[in-house]
Design a binder for this molecule. Structure first.
Ligand code: ZN
Length: 101
């Protein structure tokens, strides 16, 4: 059976739970737990962004970790879409200015 080495994802990004990633402080794996938000700002960040508050059960570190990872392909894809959107916008504007008086 041929091994599929080309596992390059074409997705924009993926979400993962930082629970299984390593602690930035003590670099231990599987020690991070979701922490309850303590302030309005933390709640707002949690709800508006992909960052969640985590707490390390090993060293007590507490901070934000992103649960969304943007892939390089994703960045390229977004850039391409933006360029297309801009070009379409200019084209539409041109057509409107030219034909609609
Ligand atoms: Zn830690």
């Amino acid at each position: 059976m041929a091994q599929k080495r080309r596992l390059k994802s074409k997705r924009v990004g993926f979400r993962r739970d930082a629970t299984f990633s390593k602690c930035p402080s003590c670099t231990q794996f599987n020690t991070l737990r979701r922490s309850k938000t303590r302030s309005f700002m933390e709640g707002a960040i949690k709800n508006l962004t992909w960052f969640k508050v985590y707490r390390c059960t090993n060293c007590g570190w507490r901070g934000y970790k992103s649960t969304f990872i943007l892939t390089i392909d994703g960045v390229k894809l977004i850039a391409t879409y933006l360029i297309i959107a801009l070009l379409t916008g200019f084209a539409v504007k041109y057509v409107i200015q030219r034909f609609v008086k």
